[in-house]
Design a protein around this ligand. Sequence first.
Ligand code: AMP
Length: 402
Amino acid sequence: MMVLVLNCGSSSLKYQLLNMETEQMLATGLVQRIGMEDAGFEYKVPGGKEIKEVTSILDHTAGIKKTLAALTHPEYGVVKSMDEIAAVGHRVVHGGEAFTSSVLITDEVKSTLRALFDLAPLHNPPNLTGILAAEAALPGKPQVGVFDTAFHQTMPRTSFLYALPYAMYKRHKVRRYGFHGTSHRYVSERLAANLGKSLDGLKVITCHMGNGSSVAAILNGKSFDTSMGFTPLEGLIMGTRSGDVDPGALFYIMQREELTVQELNSMLNKHAGMKGISGISSDARQIEEEMEKGEARAKETFDMMEYRLRKYIGAYAAAMNGVDAIIFTGGIGENSNLLRGAVCRNLSYLGVELDEEINNTRSKKERTISTPSSKVQIWVIPTNEELVIARDTVAVVNGGSR
Ligand code: AMP
């Protein structure tokens, strides 16, 4: 069964085609600057053909049609015809309280998604645009929605309620939702598979560290708490997002700088985080490079990011009354031995013992980087959100649920 996985933004579309018999990724790519005459189209077959083209792609449907033409191309395509594609899986950012698992897209689901636009105004409208475009480009094929928030719907009320007037929750559904759910779920399930046991009885902390970052406390395989909140702005220091800030400081800044709500929003989401503190870059690798050259602000940025993560790990170990395993994933979590090393060396109070040599060895594989005697196992597990979406799509299309 071939599954096309789509992740649609307002002017972009990322795709992967997966053969779900083998769980192999057959082709991947992205369309950028949708709506423009000079849109970018990229297509890549692992170990094979790579295309980069600048062309006019005026809407998401045109982007999907262009993708399908490449996938079925007689010379460099990976399937003979569109008929071979059995279903489409969509990454949907916000499922609110309505979606606790992945679902088959129906008219009712689409209207619920519309009702959720206010909760994720930047993400959900393009996600729905992508669904409608895929329906137009691949008529009759089942479409499945996989939500970033769904995995975290198991959080207890003590974790997800904010101490605001209760009416704010009742009236406006303001609460912690959490994001990166497919990633936290995937890496925790991979841990269980590696250990050869169930997640029942296990206390796991998953650290998804990328351009956007979040930590989750996973108790008995269920999300118990997570650092992102009502929006993906709360929690850790990210590439351009501030993470936690005293709300009082924001009122003060708004007054002093005479900022509108939109301007403050833009400051917190696009000009803060590593970029804002360092004044150098939002990119962790670049921050590390500058730090190693002796750049003081870069070092401070790295230290702040590491410290915030370590505080959350400590908080979640306390929240679950212990921790059996800590997992690092995402671009930074998978690749930065410096970050993992700095965090783990400061967790000796939990009985964490890092194997420095393994931590410093580059690898793309799932691996444990703690010593055999470490009380808490430390793992690096590359995430694969597309695979989760494709697996859920197969499960939902076959009548199951995820
Ligand atoms: P993601 O959003 O998961 O793709 O992660 C992107 C982040 O991973 C960026 O901040 C990159 O700089 C960071 N990253 C990728 N490779 C490395 C590396 N070798 N060392 C440190 N950070 C890295």
